[in-house]
Design a protein around this ligand. Sequence first.
Ligand code: NDP
Ligand code: 8X3
Length: 254
Amino acid sequence: MTSTVFITGATSGFGEATARRFAEAGWKLVLTGRRKERLDALCAELSAKTEVHGLVLDVRDRKAMEQAIANLPAGFEKIRGLVNNAGLALGVDAAQNCSLDDWETMVDTNIKGLMYTTRLLLPRLIAHGRGASILNVGSVAGNYPYPGSNVYGGTKAFVGQFSLSLRCDLRGTGVRVSNIEPGLCESEFSLVRFGGDQAKYDATYAGAEPIQPQDIAETIFWILNQPAHININSLELMPVSQDWAGFSIDRSKG
Ligand code: NDP
Ligand code: 8X3
């Protein structure tokens, strides 16, 4: 039987590239995102390769998520893979200067949205059993702090810990849980983070040879296609150009 993967945030970046990768391999797709035109265009394109169901959904809208997942159409009810990818960062200001609205948006999307999708799809993943997977998209920001990572980093630390905890609860079901933790990757992520500022976007990636969405898609595809007895717990990846800054020191005292 053909496997189905449910991907949140498929209208750009990692999610879109992942949808293309799974379509190439013939998996059926359930794709979500808020931007209807983009989602429709992607679904139309990929339906030449596989069966696709698009859901225009805001992952923060719990009721809409409940309804959409409860009413998946015939042929898409059995889910083997969940890719919890929808997410965002807003700003890099110091905490004392941040907007509480931005903080709430990140918590609502990166934590609560991921929580909703996971909880609502768990019965279907457990029904599939052996070989099923939840793939969460965390970040290096959940492992290492940097100036301005504040709440974004906190949401990704949640993703990491939630992924580990889920594994314990799913013992015996055959359902696997993985968390990928990418570093610098080129995508609209930085346009969103910098409020559409193209110059800041360009500066973020200049000369750095960042990871590309296709690289992340290949990683996700590899993880979901491991033999059923293997669980990749977490996978942290960075471009070669990126490493860990040394501890910073305030020298204004002397
Ligand atoms: P993009 O901005 O290209 O993609 C983000 C996707 O999430 C879009 O499809 C967007 O769709 C969707 N999304 C955002 N908010 C919502 C929402 N409320 N409801 C539904 N969908 C939503 O960025 P990336 O592909 O780079 O990011 C994907 C994930 O990877 C995120 O979780 C991000 O935190 C993480 N990540 C990114 C890194 C990077 O450097 N790029 C590195 C590490 C992790 P739409 O706007 O149509 O709703
Ligand atoms: C995105 C990677 O380093 O910008 O999660 O936080 S980083």
